[in-house]
Ligand binder design. Structure first.
Ligand SMILES: [Zn+2]
Length: 173
């Protein structure tokens, strides 16, 4: 007779293997930012945030698949965080603020791992990662709210301190 051994770790191993797609990259986690921001970055890496492009591919009716901020391109993960003309100014400004080189290749995987490419001390690297991760979170919330009057940079500057309030979560998922 076979005896079936049950353990929590075996179930977790099974679920990880069958349900969670890692996206081929390592999961980044920074304990200096709220969990909601870590989860957003994780979902961005997996391309599983509800962009208009993704919603449309899943058969969900959307009024337009164009980016609601610039109305020039399909709202994809890459467009929203790395290509949108209204938002992409943020990354060079961060580079200037931190006195580091501007990335030569602007895409989402490179931006998420930006701290891997800069020459900063260990504590600074983690703080820089906080800035990058928080910027992703602010950009996502900007796309949800779209406050035309203040613009992206003004919105993000005003939103940054609020990112760390536990009850402040504008994301639509
Ligand atoms: Zn756009």
């Amino acid at each position: 007779m076979f005896q079936i051994l049950f353990s929590v770790s075996s179930v977790r191993w099974f679920l990880d293997g069958s349900m969670l797609h890692s996206g081929g990259g390592e999961t980044r986690w920074n304990n200096w930012v709220p969990i909601k921001i870590n989860i957003l970055l994780w979902r961005i890496q997996l391309l599983s945030i509800p962009t208009r492009e993704r919603l449309s591919h899943r058969g969900i009716m959307v009024d337009s698949i164009l980016c609601p901020i610039c109305s020039r391109s399909v709202e994809s993960v890459d467009h929203l965080f790395a290509e949108c003309i209204e938002l992409m100014e943020i990354w060079p400004r961060i580079a200037i603020w931190w006195g580091i080189q501007i990335l030569t290749q602007f895409n989402v995987p490179t931006l998420i791992k930006w701290s891997d490419y800069v020459a900063l001390r260990k504590g600074q690297l983690k703080a820089f990662d906080v800035v990058v991760m928080t910027s992703f979170w602010c950009m996502w919330n900007f796309h949800v709210v779209k406050p035309r009057l203040v613009g992206a940079l003004g919105f993000i500057i005003r939103l940054l301190p609020l990112c760390y309030c536990q009850d402040f979560f504008l994301a639509s998922f």
